[in-house]
Write a protein that binds this ligand. Structure first.
Ligand code: TRH
Length: 384
C-alpha cells in the first residue's frame, strides 16, 4: 500500500497573541501528531520570531520550511489562493484564531468536508465539560467542533508525549546527567546542591518581595531564571543587566540568569529543580508532568477573570495544601490579606515534601484521562 496516499493530513492554524504559549502549545501538538501518529502536519503561524525563540531551528525569513517532518507555513494574510485539494483532512484553529476565509471556502468545496476543530484554552472551570466537543454549525454546511483541553475525562485531557514520564524518571535517577545539564548554564556544584527553584512568571509578579524573603531565609537557595523573565526584579537583585550567565549571591539566595532554553530542554530544567514557578498554559502543564511542587502565575485577564480560573484550578488540584493555595493567591495578587512573604515561604517550604507526594497522585489521575493528541484524533474519527 502506498503510505503517502493514505497518510492523514492536518492543518493547524496558530496566531500568536503574545508571549510563547500559543506557539508553544501548537508546536508541541504538531510535533506529537507527526512523530507519534504519522500525520502529515502543516503548522501555519503568523509570528516566526516568537517561534524561533522556543525552537532555534526555525528560520524567521522563510515562507515555507520543514522542521523535523512538520511543514511550517508563515501565515501572513494569505487568502483566496486555496483550492479544495489544498485542504487537510483535519483542520484545527487554535484559540478561535479565524482561519483565512479563502481556506474556509475551499473546505466547503472539499468532498468530504474536513473535520474542523477549534482547540480552546485550558481551564479547570466546571463549564468546560459541558462545552467540550459541542458542534457549532457554520455556513455552507460546515460544522466546527469545540475541543477543550482539561483535567477530567469529560474533556480533551492534557498534552503529553509518549515516553515523557520515563524520560523524566531516567533523568532524575541520574545525578550526573542532571548536574551536567545544569553545568552547561554555569550552575556551580554548590548551587546544584542547594534548594533549586526555576522562575517563569509575568512581569507584575511580586518577585522582589519573594527574593527578599529567600535572601533572609536560613537555607541556601538558587533561583534559575531564563533570560527575559522578571527582568526588573532580577536586575535589581543583580545590580546589573539580567543577561544569560549573570549571577549574584545575597544572603542565602543566589539568582542566576540562564539563556532562554529551547522548548525541548525546558522540561529538564523543571525536572532538575525542587520547586518551579510557571505561568500561562504550556509551562503550567509541563510542571504537572514534572511531578514537583509548583506555583502557577496565571495569564492576566480583564476584570480579574483569571482569579476565577486560578481558584477553580486550586480547588481541583488534589495536591493543593492550604499553604500552597495561600501562596498562589498572593503570587497572583488574588489574596484577601496583605502578604508576609517570609511567613508564606516558610509555610510553603514546610509543605513541599507532602505536595511532591500528592503531585504524583495527581499525575496518575491526569494519565487516566488519556493524552490530548490521542483524544483529539479519536474524536476526529467519530465526527468524520
Ligand atoms: O508564554 P506564556 O505566558 O504564554 C501565554 C499562555 O499560553 C496564555 O494562556 C496565552 O493566552 C498567552 O500566552 C497568549 O506561557 P506558557 O503557556 O507557559 O508558554 C511558554 C512556552 O515557552 C512553553 O512552551 C515553554 C516555553 N519555554 C521555553 O521553551 N524555554 C524557556 O526557557 C521558557 C521559560 C519557556
Amino acid at each position: 500500500m502506498n503510505h503517502r496516499t493514505t497518510q492523514t493530513s492536518l492543518a493547524l492554524f496558530c496566531k500568536v497573541v503574545d508571549n510563547y504559549g500559543d506557539i508553544g502549545i501548537c508546536w508541541r501538538l504538531a510535533r506529537q501528531l507527526e512523530q507519534e501518529h504519522g500525520i502529515a502536519v502543516t503548522l501555519w503561524v503568523d509570528d516566526l520570531a516568537s517561534f524561533q525563540r522556543i525552537c532555534p531551528q526555525v528560520a524567521v525569513d522563510r515562507e515555507l520550511q520543514q522542521v523535523g517532518a512538520v511543514t511550517i507555513r508563515h501565515w501572513s494574510g494569505q487568502d483566496g489562493v486555496f483550492a479544495a485539494a489544498d485542504v487537510a483532512d483535519i483542520v484545527i484553529e487554535f484559540f478561535a484564531c479565524d482561519i483565512p476565509p479563502g481556506y474556509i471556502a475551499a473546505m466547503a468545496e472539499r468532498v468530504p468536508h474536513p473535520v474542523w476543530l477549534n482547540l480552546e484554552g485550558l481551564s479547570a472551570e466546571a463549564w468546560v465539560e459541558g462545552c467540550h466537543a459541542l458542534p457549532s454549525p457554520q455556513s455552507r454546511s460546515l460544522t466546527k467542533y469545540f475541543f477543550f483541553p482539561g483535567f477530567t475525562n469529560k474533556t480533551g485531557g492534557l498534552l503529553l508525549e509518549s515516553g515523557l514520564l520515563q524520560q523524566r524518571q531516567a533523568f532524575q535517577q541520574d545525578p550526573a546527567v542532571m548536574a551536567a545539564f545544569l553545568r552547561q548554564f554555569g550552575v556551580t556544584p554548590a548551587e546544584t546542591a542547594s534548594l533549586k527553584v526555576s522562575l517563569f512568571c509575568y512581569p507584575q509578579a511580586p518577585a522582589p518581595a519573594l527574593f527578599e524573603a529567600w535572601q533572609n531565609g536560613g537555607a541556601a537557595m538558587t533561583c534559575l531564571v531564563p533570560e527575559g523573565v522578571a527582568v526588573d526584579a532580577v536586575e535589581t537583585f543583580l545590580g546589573r543587566a539580567a543577561l544569560a550567565g549573570a549571577s549574584a549571591t545575597r544572603g542565602a539566595l543566589t539568582v542566576r540568569v540562564l539563556p532562554f532554553i529551547p522548548q525541548q530542554d525546558y522540561d529538564k530544567l523543571l525536572w532538575a529543580c525542587d520547586l518551579n514557578f510557571v505561568r500561562g498554559e504550556d509551562s503550567f502543564v509541563r510542571a504537572q508532568w514534572a511531578g514537583k511542587p509548583f506555583v502557577w502565575h496565571i495569564y492576566p485577564q480583564d476584570e480579574d477573570l483569571h482569579h476565577v480560573k486560578l481558584n477553580a484550578f486550586l480547588q481541583s488540584y488534589t495536591a493543593t495544601t492550604e499553604n500552597l493555595a495561600e501562596f498562589s493567591l498572593n503570587w497572583n495578587e488574588a489574596a484577601k490579606k496583605t502578604a508576609d512573604w517570609a511567613a508564606l515561604w516558610a509555610s510553603l517550604a514546610a509543605d513541599m515534601p507532602k505536595i511532591a507526594i500528592m503531585a504524583m497522585d495527581w499525575q496518575r489521575q491526569m494519565l487516566a484521562n488519556g493524552d490530548l493528541a490521542c483524544n483529539l484524533l479519536k474524536f476526529a474519527k467519530t465526527v468524520r
